[in-house]
Design a binder for this molecule. Structure first.
Ligand code: FEO
Length: 394
């Protein structure tokens, strides 16, 4: 495959992985993913920014060979995760004179995870510049989007910012430039939900920084390159904001339809009041949809029956995921049904201890919901309506 020139001796040398179905063995990938890598040929030195996922090494090398890349002076490791550094050990054998440029935390990671030898790594400081002759690379530490070792690389003369995982998308493409449509927007949002949402305050910081830098192009390590930087920067500003939308997320599981009846009734009542809802059946749902709904939800209502004196096991994993993703939701409630007793909501609250949500009166029903239970669900819908109204969400 002939490398595509982005601009003035800067080439895209990444790969699509159309067959990858899950990332982190957690969130399904609707569109596969790409592992982006960029070749920067200066008048004196050549650098490659990030490499590839280890199983793609052979294809990556075939492409380097096919494009006559015989010399690499610097390998920039913007982040230590193996989807970008997996080929590093083989790269160092293929290009024995190459030196890895990275930050101290990434150095530690690639030494521990990939057994890279210390003498092959040169640590660069935050803000340090390295000349390639007629091109200058500037390194900007960007911890916590999404690992502590993350950094950006800025190509000064060309005003191009390589943002590592930040602003990325699990997406494959033929056109390396973003077609800024709904499909990409949704793919990037799903990626944000899984990978960046826990670090929303840091996302807001780097959004601001990028707006001030005003780069000509944004080049992430997954997904297409943005010439229309505003598309993805504005999307991140919205997703990472502290304010949710007029949306109630209801993850639920039901065994004998009692909890489901409550969920359906509450859902109908909320919709009648002009509140949007996202129902998510945890038994056969796509965790990516759950995570994506969390980006916007102002309220979460968890529906679950009791099993052996505690929450149904199928709700536990999603509750744990919600907890670690640290969404912006401001209100939470619980509805559920039981047969003989136990601790349902107390256990769920323990799983969701990271959330800083105001609780709304939950509803626990023995067996099927009855007239007085539906009246309580009316009250729950009214409480949520009032909360959303107070926030000017409807
Ligand atoms: Fe795409 Fe955090 O690696």
């Amino acid at each position: 495959m002939k490398f595509k020139e982005i601009k003035n001796n800067i080439y895209y040398c990444g790969l699509n992985d159309v067959n990858r179905k899950y990332f982190d063995e957690l969130i399904p990938l609707e569109h596969g993913t790409s592992y982006n890598s960029y070749l920067v040929i200066g008048s004196e030195k050549t650098a490659i920014i990030d490499t590839t996922y280890h199983p793609k090494t052979e294809e990556f090398f075939n492409n380097l060979n096919g494009n006559n890349v015989t010399k690499i002076d610097y390998i920039i490791a913007n982040h230590g995760e193996q989807d970008h550094t997996g080929a590093l050990p083989e790269m160092l054998k293929k290009y024995p004179d190459a030196i890895i440029l990275t930050n101290p935390k990434c150095k530690e990671n690639i030494m521990e995870m990939l057994l890279v030898s210390e003498d092959k790594i040169r640590v660069i400081a935050d803000g340090e510049e390295v000349s390639l002759g007629d091109k200058t690379l500037k390194f900007i530490y960007a911890p916590w989007v999404h690992w502590p070792d993350t950094m950006f690389t800025y190509l000064k003369e060309d005003n191009m910012l390589f943002t590592c995982d930040f602003l990325g998308a699990h997406y494959t493409f033929d056109n390396i430039y973003a077609e800024c449509d709904d499909k990409l927007y949704n793919g990037a949002k799903r990626y944000f939900a899984e990978i960046m949402m826990p670090f929303s305050p840091m996302c807001r910081k780097y959004v601001q920084m990028i707006r001030e830098m005003n780069p000509e192009m944004l080049l992430p390590s997954h997904g297409p390159i943005y010439k229309d930087c505003k598309f993805i920067v504005d999307a991140y500003a919205d997703w990472a904001s502290e304010t949710g939308k007029n949306l109630v997320l209801i993850p639920y599981v039901s065994m004998y339809n009692s909890t489901k009846e409550m969920v359906d009734y509450l859902n109908k009542k909320l919709n009648q009041k002009g509140i949007q809802t996202a129902l998510y059946n945890v038994v056969d749902g796509d965790l990516g949809e759950l995570a994506t709904a969390l980006v916007d939800a102002t309220t979460i209502v968890i529906g679950a029956p009791m099993v052996l004196a505690g929450p149904h096991p199928m709700i536990v994993g999603p509750a744990y995921l919600i907890n670690v993703l640290r969404p912006k939701a401001q209100f939470i409630s619980y509805i559920g049904s039981y047969g003989w007793g136990g601790n349902l909501f107390g256990k769920l609250e323990e799983f969701l201890s990271n959330l800083r949500c105001e609780p709304i009166e939950p509803l626990l029903v023995k067996g099927k919901p009855k007239k007085e239970d539906f009246e309580k669900l009316d009250k729950l819908a009214e409480s949520i309506y009032t909360k959303h109204k107070e926030l000017n969400l409807l």
